[in-house]
Write a new protein. Sequence first.
Length: 303
Amino acid sequence: MKLPDELMFLQNKNAQQKETQASMKGKVCVITGATSGVGLEAAKALAKGQASLIMVARNAYRAYEIQKELMDTYSVSVEVVIADFRILDDVRKAAAQIQSMSSRIDVLINCAGLHSTKATYTPEGHETVFCVNHLASFLFTQLLLKTLKDSAPSRILQINSEGHRFNGLDIHDLDWKKRHYTGLRGYGASKTAQLMCVWELNDQLIGTGVTINAMHPGDVKTNIGSNNGWLYRMFSKLMIKPLLRDPVISGKAIYYLVAEPTLQSTSGKFYHLTLEEIPAKHALNRTLGQEVYDISLKLTGLK
């Protein structure tokens, strides 16, 4: 019996996933959040596929350690850009540095993410999870769009989440100053906003040769949430992580979505790993999505 669209993720999580043997040799791939979990496995898969990497990371020591490992193992070019995506000015500097490094970008993967059990705020006054998960990736993508268009055909992949189904998005209270903050709804708000902007950007990119898609990277073990208190970390270690899978499956799925030749023109889709899925109804509200897009332009200083 086919499950309702809203519950297909329960079936897709255990379904057989698609893979590709396509090479990425000669392709320049920019990836954020590549020092652990999903991002690290994606970086390994891309390096194995012979892509040239530009890794954007907050932890310099870990980034350079991974850079050496990937270069030694796969004999590919790996550059490192240090940036903290809690600070939008860091995002601007990272984009400028990348444009000075390379005249082309074939693939952009926005993988940096955060989950918090309580509301915290960035130096610029944004709720931190909303800033890292949505505003930073939104700004980063916008700043690299010209290079992506000049490099077409090219692809953008937003690492989103089934967590968007928790919603929590209120355009009149994006920073949670009027409501009680919960980790799930704060995370859901950021991922809902990101998905809404995927649809808007997809419309704008028609005819440019640049595609944009979003995906849930699977229920896998990562370090997301490790910034929270000891009680959450203990609960995660004992109750959540034993149920999660190896993030290697995420790396393979990401590689498929950015390398598979038959997906070159596919755009404006949401995937659970490699299987196309219908997002939650609230994330498909295009009227609200246009407002979220315009607000995102303003909050990132682009409008």
